[in-house]
Design a protein around this ligand. Sequence first.
Ligand code: ZN
Ligand code: ZN
Ligand code: ZN
Length: 264
Amino acid sequence: MKITFLGTGTSHGVPSIDCMRQQYQRCPHQVCLKAEHDPRYRRMRSSILLELQQYEVLIDTSQDFREQMLRAHVTRLDAVLYTHGHADHIFGLPDTRSYTHRDEPPLPVYASPETMHTLRSSFGYVFDPPTFVGGGIPILAPHVVSTRFTLAGHDIYPIHVEHGPLQGCLGYRIDNTAYIPDVHTIPAAALDMLQGLDLLIINCLRERPHSSHLSLSESLHYAELLAPQLALFTHMTHDIDYALEEPNLPTNVHFAYDGLQLTV
Ligand SMILES: [Zn+2]
Ligand SMILES: [Zn+2]
Ligand SMILES: [Zn+2]
């Protein structure tokens, strides 16, 4: 399986508009300013692409979807998995229309019941097309999931995690890889499903604690507890300066970055 990190940033993205407006005066470690010269500091909203043989699976359609698809030259999509219904993970959905055609089968999209409800209410013109006149509409086949399902011969396990007050937030385990971009607490049942991983991709928001995300020390705690062969941190704010922090990480833990590709 080949994995491409399309985006590794939190909901504001890095650099953030806020820091630019404040002339970077409150930007920790000046990360948003450094992003002008070092592409590893430029973080689009979080999303990854999985290549399962010839089958292209996208996890989340971020607000940066269009730019991400163009940059990674993604010429086809076979399925979309949604982790949850927050804006930074779903608002690229309208542009999936470029990957669908009325003469082809609809693009399957998978989400928890709560996330599917959010998708349907956010994009009524897609899921209830008689209300919409003109323009191109993505042709999607919604699938509500909460337990194991199969894509391209691979078992996909939804991992139910806590992300603040939001209900229905998922990570996914595919083979020995798990992707959990937004999480504050991993319940015991989910921890059981995350044993024996080769690769754990997990939220690492910032240094200070946050009510619905993991801070750096909490992400390190889960990396140690689950002991994957490799842990990659994602969904980062401008707090995370990889050049300053990376030397302090355990040898099996690294910060992901936009454009990073690996095969597992
Ligand atoms: Zn998010
Ligand atoms: Zn900043
Ligand atoms: Zn979220």
